[in-house]
Design a protein around this ligand. Sequence first.
Ligand SMILES: C[S@@+](CC[C@H](N)C(=O)[O-])C[C@H]1O[C@@H](n2cnc3c(N)ncnc32)[C@H](O)[C@@H]1O
Length: 212
Amino acid sequence: MIDPINSDQKDVHINLDRTIERHLHRPWIKPVPAHTRHAFDKAMTWWRERGRPTLILDSFCGTGMSTAFLARHNPEACVIGLDKSSHRLSKHTVESPNYLLIRAECESFWQCLVHENINIEQHWMLYPNPWPKAGQLKRRIHGHPSFPLIKTLGGQIELRTNWHIYAKEFYQACEQLGIRGTLEPFAPATPMTLFETKYLARGHGLWCYRSR
Ligand SMILES: C[S@@+](CC[C@H](N)C(=O)[O-])C[C@H]1O[C@@H](n2cnc3c(N)ncnc32)[C@H](O)[C@@H]1O
């Protein structure tokens, strides 16, 4: 199958191990922007008012199609969808009492959750931006200094991507954090997101990482 991603990388990034090692030993400390703090407080108030302790996070949710899907399939839980793009979020029209879409940078939002000792039940990361140039490793989820936070947040992690190298890097980076999981080619019966729908229509191969 042809790789749909145009990259100067032919395999897992040569500096991946070293990057994760550095981030493991130098925890990411960045002041949380005021707008993210505000968004976080709003999300926590909403969650506590629901009286449903199970929390599911849909990071990089785009238009929130997957957030609504997860809420439908987990009626006992509260689902929070996070995306930094107000444009994408504004395309969402449906509403339901057990999910909330929030405009925020995921990394700072994760930091707030960790700071409040909040554990999540499931963590979904569907089709994050690939940042395909080798020089862009630090912009990928696993290359960012906030990456170790995902272990502290806990929960079952699922990442999907149409770039095999990204999937392999994510798998390897999780192993380095001590998170065990599986990586497999994947063909969803029902697309969960707009990007998934688009990639399937184009015949792209999809990859799915699931933690155990
Ligand atoms: C390729 S889109 C995928 C969206 C959706 N998950 C889907 O599959 O349709 C990636 C999304 O990540 C969002 N994004 C990128 N970096 C982000 C960050 N640091 N924090 C929050 N959202 C981010 C973008 O705004 C975009 O909506």
